[in-house]
Each structure stands twice: as structure tokens, then as C-alpha cells.
Write a protein that binds this ligand. Structure first.
Ligand code: ATP
Length: 309
């Protein structure tokens, strides 16, 4: 049996519209399925956690945005039930990373007819040695995390999302944060090599290139086991940061001399003061953060185009 989990709030109601379309399709009518609408933040994790023990589930089909898929992954237990995703959010970076695009009904057709499994190594994060979780897209500390925090609590996010200009939210928040941001002093431990940065703007790790609704933050990031890329931006002027972010949609920002990209199996960061952290586009607050890859992949149901790669 397929289990649809639909976030009706995702993409300002897009999740609900996508599912209405799906329900009318012949592919939906052909399969044995059940569905749940999420009713509150965190509900997807509870549903997945509860149902993961049932042996009759063929796959969870998540309809929503990055926040919903993040919650689904965090509810999965040791039984590796496949997860399929039909984009219904505003940013949908997870879908970009997996190469899922196009008409929702066509995506459903591929899910149920081909059921091609792609291994996906999610990341694991620990905050202040107490909060632990998995991330599907990226974790960032510093400038980008503060932009996420500012954007998510802004009044303009909902307005711009409703007219399909969600990306503009982050541009406005970027300018806002740029005016006040103070670079950080950071102690890093990258695979047991210690390093101190005194003028650090941000550090981001990612499981695939995309974040913030299509920005190619780490263009070379790949869905892969064991290691993950780390992007560091430091020793840069405010105005150069602005120039850098103008090129982030094309991935050309990596050519700036203030941008470094490394690869690691384990990363620990300690900041002088508690700082904002973004995890899959949600802001958190912490002083010590540790990142590594989970050793066992989860199973995602990919589209045909991604299987060929
Ligand atoms: N019924 C609900 N009411 C309010 N919030 C909900 C409900 N169901 C789920 N949520 C929360 O909505 C949040 C946002 O959803 P999601 O991230 O999927 O959509 P989005 O923000 O439009 O898309 P994206 O993250 O791709 O930009 C999720 O983190 C989830 O916790």
C-alpha cells in the first residue's frame, strides 16, 4: 500500500492543489493507497514514525516542500521504507537535487510504474551535543542561517510566496542581514584537523547543489556516501558578499578567492557565541555543531532521468 502524506499549507496551498490533481488521475485510482493531510508542524514525522512499523507499506509519497520531506526523513525508523516526493512547496530544493520535475501526475506515474530506487545518503547533525537529527539538503551556520531566520519570520514571505515570488523573500532578507551582520570567530575540526577562522561569514555543507529555492550553493555537491562538501566564505568585504550572492544562482561564486570548498567525513564547529544555524531551511540556534553522513542510505524513488545518470 502507498501512503500519501500531504502538507496542505506547503507552497501557500500548492500542496493541497497538487494532491487534488493526483486524486483525479488514473494512476491514483489504480493503486492501493491511503492519505493523510498534515495538521501541524511536526505531524509528518509523527505519521511516518507510527506507520514505519507496518509491513504492508510499499512507499510513503510526500507532497509538500523541503520542510515536509525533512520531517518525513526524521520519522523513518530502521525499516527502510522507500520515500517518493512530489513537489508542492515553494522552494523544492530536494526535488531539484533528485531531478524530480514536471507535472505531478507524470511524477506519480513514474513512481508507481517504475518504482526505481535511488540510494540517498542523508546527513546527520548534532547541536550543542543535545539535539540530533537528519538533514536532506543542507546545514549552514552564519550569514545564510541568519537570512533564513529573517526570511521565515518576515511578513513579506507569505505575500511573495502567494504571488510566486518566493525567491525574492531571500533577496530582501539578504540585504537586511547584510547591513547588520558581523563576521564570526570559529573553531573548526575537519576530520581531526583543527583550524581557526577569525573573520568567517558562513560555513555550509550540502547533500546536493541546491538551496534557497534554486541557488547552486555547492555546485559540485553529489548524492554520495561517506563524505560531504563544505563551503567556507571568509575574509570578505560586505560589498563583495553582495556581488558573490548575485552569482550564486549560476554557481560562479565558487571562483571568488574568499570561497573555499573542502571535503570531509566529520566536521565540528564551535562559535564564540550562540549563532543561527539553518537546517533544510529552518533556523535553529546553537554554539557547537557536528555534521557527518549516516552510514546507511535511505531509499528514494527517483525519476527515470536520474536513474540514467
Ligand atoms: N497543517 C499545517 N499547518 C501549519 N504548518 C504545517 C502544517 N502541516 C505542516 N506544516 C509545517 O509547514 C512547514 C513548511 O512546509 P514546507 O517546507 O513543506 O513548505 P514550503 O515552506 O512552502 O516549501 P519549501 O520549504 O520547499 O520552501 C513544515 O516545516 C511543517 O512543519
Amino acid at each position: 500500500m502507498y501512503v500519501f502524506i500531504v502538507n496542505p499549507q506547503a507552497g501557500n496551498g500548492r500542496g493541497k492543489k497538487v494532491f487534488s490533481k493526483i486524486k483525479k488521475s488514473r494512476y491514483y485510482k489504480q493503486i492501493e493507497s491511503t492519505y493523510y493531510y498534515t495538521e501541524y508542524a511536526g505531524h509528518t514525522t509523527h505519521i511516518v514514525k507510527k506507520l514505519s512499523r507496518e509491513s504492508t507499506i510499499k512507499a510513503f509519497i510526500i507532497i509538500g516542500g523541503d520542510g515536509t520531506i525533512h520531517e518525513a526523513i526524521n520519522g523513518l525508523g530502521s525499516r527502510n521504507i522507500p520515500i517518493a516526493f512530489i513537489p508542492g512547496g515553494s522552494g523544492n530544493d530536494f526535488a531539484r537535487g533528485l531531478g524530480i520535475k514536471g507535472n505531478p501526475v507524470t511524477i506519480l506515474k513514474e513512481i508507481v510504474q517504475h518504482h526505481s530506487i535511488l540510494s540517498y545518503w542523508v546527513g546527520n547533525y548534532t547541536l550543542d551535543s543535545s539535539i540530533e537529527g537528519k538533514y536532506v539538503n543542507s546545514v549552514g551556520i552564519g550569514f545564510d542561517a541568519q537570512i533564513v531566520h529573517t526570511a521565515n519570520k518576515s511578513f513579506y514571505k507569505r505575500v511573495l510566496n502567494s504571488v510566486g515570488l518566493g525567491t525574492l523573500t531571500y533577496v530582501i532578507a539578504l540585504i537586511h542581514v547584510l547591513l547588520h551582520f558581523r563576521p564570526m570567530r570559529i573553531e573548526m575540526d575537519i576530520d581531526h584537523k583543527k583550524r581557526t577562522l577569525t573573520n568567517c561569514w558562513m560555513i555550509t555543507t550540502a547533500n546536493h547543489p541546491y538551496y534557497g529555492g534554486g541557488m547552486k550553493i555547492i555546485p559540485t555537491a553529489k548524492i554520495q556516501p561517506n563524505t560531504f562538501p563544505i563551503l567556507i566564505i571568509h575574509n570578505i568585504s560586505k560589498w563583495k558578499v553582495l556581488a558573490l550572492f548575485l552569482t550564486v544562482f549560476t554557481g560562479k561564486h565558487v571562483n571568488f578567492k574568499e570561497v573555499e570548498i573542502l571535503e570531509a567525513t566529520k566536521l565540528s564547529i564551535t562559535t564564540d557565541e550562540k549563532s543561527y544555524i539553518q537546517v533544510d531551511g529552518e533556523a535553529k540556534f546553537s554554539k557547537i555543531i557536528t555534521i557527518k553522513k549516516l552510514s546507511e542510505p535511505i531509499s528514494t524513488i527517483a525519476t527515470k532521468s536520474k536513474q540514467i545518470v
